[in-house]
Design a protein around this ligand. Sequence first.
Ligand SMILES: CSCCC(=O)C(=O)COP(=O)(O)O
Ligand SMILES: [Mg+2]
Length: 256
Amino acid sequence: MSGWVPHYTESKVEQRYSHFKIPLKHEVKYILTDIEGTTSSISFVTETLFPYFNERIEQLKELIHLPVVKQAFEETKQLAKELDGETVKTTDEIIAKLKSWSLADKKITPLKTLQGVIWDEGYKSGALKGHVYADVAPLLEKWTKEGRKAGVFSSGSIAAQRLIFGYSEAGDLTQYFSNYFDTTTGGKREVETYRHIAISLHMNPENILFLSDITEELIAAKTAGFQTIQLVREGNTPHWDKVVSSFNEVDQLIQH
Ligand SMILES: CSCCC(=O)C(=O)COP(=O)(O)O
Ligand SMILES: [Mg+2]
């Protein structure tokens, strides 16, 4: 029996996952990518970016003169009432509300805007460098050269998206993105948001490929007619009909 190889087990596994490898049905003209868990690690967001904001949140008090901060504070007051039934009035109360949302990883627009404001100084001073997986930049470059367009859809604000890719470990990747979408377009788990995105891109949904690690986001995009692939980086488990672990594998599923 020495040297015996269990072919049976291996082929069963291959059979079970073979549907993951069927190429996408429609031409991919546009690649729309999520950030956290897709281009970049979840740990960079939760263990570096969020704590960076939480530790510096008091600095917002000195930035109230900025229109972006003033408006986000007003929105925080309104949303504290609407979402949590709380009356929030003073600056200290606003900051406390924002901190509780941040610690709970709430994807609430004024919080995401203000995180971007604080991260701006971090990236520009060199204290922060955006994490991107090693396979991301080469494939963005390849797809762009092939005449495809790429865009970003994240809960992080558009300003924050430009920062993570503009000051990334792989250099300035903003050159590869034609569009950025955040929660001001709509929630990432809502079908209507993806319909809006397709309309604003003037594209047939079926020609847009959406990449994400989150099943609920993939369901919403697929329902809107997008092609979809789930990225399974470290710490995530596959829950979709097309699953890959890198952008190289995404490329293998695109028809050339
Ligand atoms: C723009 S980088 C920070 C990402 C972020 O704030 C976030 O909430 C992650 O959301 P995503 O939709 O990219 O999973
Ligand atoms: Mg994600």
